[in-house]
Design a protein around this ligand. Structure first.
Ligand code: PGA
Length: 255
């Protein structure tokens, strides 16, 4: 299965900084052919990022979107506005959206349905907190999050879906999950998606691992079958570190 690796820039980079990153990244594109690569800038940098990526295979993702099509929703961004810039993927339910901005399973479900309806590929983030992990609840939390987002969807609409397993305690901490734990969570996600949306959706699903991924540890995750890529924060902010991470993933995938 083709690896999919996304850089989530969060609230970093002006439009000019985003363009400069892309110009430098695409100079190194030969190092990571064979990997599907995405950058997910802040909304204000989408246009500049799209322009800088023209002619490159690197794709454009968004970090969030509204579940509404349009209307009186001050401060929100509609899917159609993202598509105008060539956005193909959208991160939904990132831990920071859930825990800092209070997005719950119901909101994430509405966004996911809207993204699918609009032809955007959701990167659905799931993951347990440290407390849930210590209480032995990891599997039940992941299953609850998947069920809330996906139960009852038409099986054909779930094809191509990406799930990112991101344990909350591993995000931005330098303390990544063990590759075995990431693989177990990815296998669980695949099984649950298969159960909820049918075997076809389960088998075409790609599962990313996210949480303190870098050039040194990416190989240990993507060498395990159930893991098909990564969602990268900190290590995706500098073109050289992101290119090194992508090159390491490409090398592992070739073996
Ligand atoms: P990190 O962030 O790579 O900096 O841990 C990952 C994420 O938030 O997706």
């Amino acid at each position: 299965m083709k690896l999919i690796i996304a850089a989530n820039w969060k609230m970093h980079k002006t439009a000019a900084e985003a363009a400069s990153f892309c110009n430098q990244l695409i100079l190194q594109e030969k190092k990571f052919t064979g990997v599907e690569v995405l950058v997910c800038p802040p909304f204000t940098a989408l246009a500049a990022t799209a322009a800088a990526l023209e002619g490159s295979a690197v794709k454009l993702g968004a970090q969030n979107m509204s579940w509404e099509e349009k209307g009186a929703y001050t401060g929100e961004i509609a899917p159609r506005m993202l598509k105008e810039f060539g956005v193909s993927h959208v991160i939904l339910g990132h831990s920071e959206r859930r825990h800092i901005f209070g997005e719950d399973d119901t909101v994430i479900r509405k966004k996911l349905e809207r993204a699918l309806q609009e032809g955007l590929t959701p990167i659905l983030c799931i993951g347990e907190t440290e407390a849930e992990r210590s209480a032995g609840k990891t599997e039940s939390v992941l299953e609850r999050q998947l069920r809330a987002a996906l139960e009852g969807l038409a099986p054909e609409s779930a094809g191509g879906l990406v799930v990112a397993y991101e344990p909350v305690w591993a995000i931005g901490t330098g303390q990544a999950a063990s590759p075995d734990d990431a693989a177990a969570a990815a296998a669980l996600a695949r099984a649950v998606v298969g159960k909820l949306c049918g075997p076809e959706a389960g088998s075409t699903l790609r599962v990313q691992y996210g949480g303190s991924v870098n050039a040194d540890n990416i190989g240990s995750f993507v060498s395990l079958d159930p893991v098909n890529g990564a969602l990268v924060g900190g290590a995706g902010l500098e073109p050289d570190s992101f290119a090194a991470l992508l090159a390491a993933a490409a090398e592992t995938a070739e073996r």
